[in-house]
Every structure is written in structure tokens, then in C-alpha cells.
Design a protein around this ligand. Structure first.
Ligand code: HEC
Length: 130
């Protein structure tokens, strides 16, 4: 009788130990996927314009100041909140006409974003707003 009790006690503690070992991992894993709201890739139409008109500067191999503000090479690593903020900033600078910089536009007249592209960015930016 005593042996059976001891055996079940050992079995029980093994179960508890396993639960302890397993638990932190499952908790962490679910936390990781839910607490940071993962961003999404740039839509193709936006990506085309960005590659043409922004990534001379806003890319990992671009301008130091520019990539500090937005680095389109790292866009997919931004979480959803950051993407939403950056998209709104893109709409703002495009609408104001402060980006791409005047000098760049003079040197790359065929690559300047069109009005339709600016509208598209702003529409997309407002769709990302929470
Ligand atoms: C010739 C290089 C160049 C190109 C091309 C360029 N940028 Fe910039 N951009 C910069 C630099 C440099 C800064 C940082 C300096 C500053 O804050 O004024 C900047 C800053 C910004 C900022 C942050 C502005 C702020 O108020 O904080 C945004 C948003 C931005 N760029 C968007 C864009 C978009 C969108 C495009 C493409 C349509 C683009 N840029 C094309 C050089 C460039």
C-alpha cells in the first residue's frame, strides 16, 4: 500500500515537472505572436513607386539620414503600428511635395511620383490606420 502511494507521488511530481518545463515555452510562444502585431509587406503597386522614387535614399545602401527615417529595405520588419505611422508620413510628404527632394526630381524627371500614385499612397495609408 505504501509503495503504491509513493509511486503515484513520484508519477505526480514527474507530471508537474513536465508541465513546468513545457509551460513557459508555450506561454512565450503565444505571447510573441500576439503582443507584437506583425506588419505586412508593401502592396505591389506601392512597392513599384517606392523602388523607383524612394529607395535611392531610403534603403539599407542609401542615404544615412533618409534610412534613419524610413528604410524600405526593412519595411517587412516594422510592426503594424510602425508601418501605419510611416505610411501616414509618406502620404504627408508626398502631398506636401517635400519628398522626393526637389534636386532628386530635377535629376530624375521620369521617376517623380504621379498624382495617381500619391493618391494611392494616401488611400493605402488611411487603410492602415487603426
Ligand atoms: C535623394 C534622396 C531621397 C529620396 C529620393 C527620397 N527621400 Fe525621403 N528623405 C531623405 C532624407 C535625407 C530625409 C531626412 C532628412 C529630413 O528629415 O529632412 C528624408 C526624410 C523622409 C521622411 C521623414 C520626413 C519627416 O518629416 O520626418 C519621409 C516620410 C520620407 N523621406 C519619405 C520619402 C518618400 C515616400 C520618398 C519617395 C517618394 C522619398 N522620401 C524619397 C532623402 C530622400
Amino acid at each position: 500500500m505504501k509503495k503504491v502511494a509513493l509511486l503515484s507521488l513520484i508519477t505526480l511530481s514527474v507530471f508537474i515537472a513536465i508541465a513546468f518545463i513545457m509551460n513557459p515555452q508555450t506561454v512565450n510562444a503565444s505571447k510573441r505572436s500576439s503582443s507584437v502585431n506583425q506588419g505586412t509587406a508593401l502592396p505591389d503597386s506601392i512597392q513599384m513607386m517606392v523602388k523607383r522614387a524612394c529607395m535611392d535614399c531610403h534603403a539599407t545602401d542609401g542615404n544615412f539620414m533618409a534610412k534613419g527615417k524610413i528604410n524600405f529595405s526593412d519595411w517587412d520588419k516594422y510592426d503594424a503600428a510602425k508601418q501605419s505611422k510611416k505610411a501616414a508620413a509618406m502620404c504627408k510628404v508626398l502631398t506636401k511635395g517635400s519628398m522626393p527632394p526637389k534636386k532628386w526630381c530635377t535629376n530624375n524627371p521620369n521617376d517623380v511620383p504621379t498624382q495617381a500614385e500619391k493618391d494611392m499612397v494616401c488611400k493605402w495609408a488611411s487603410s492602415l490606420k487603426k
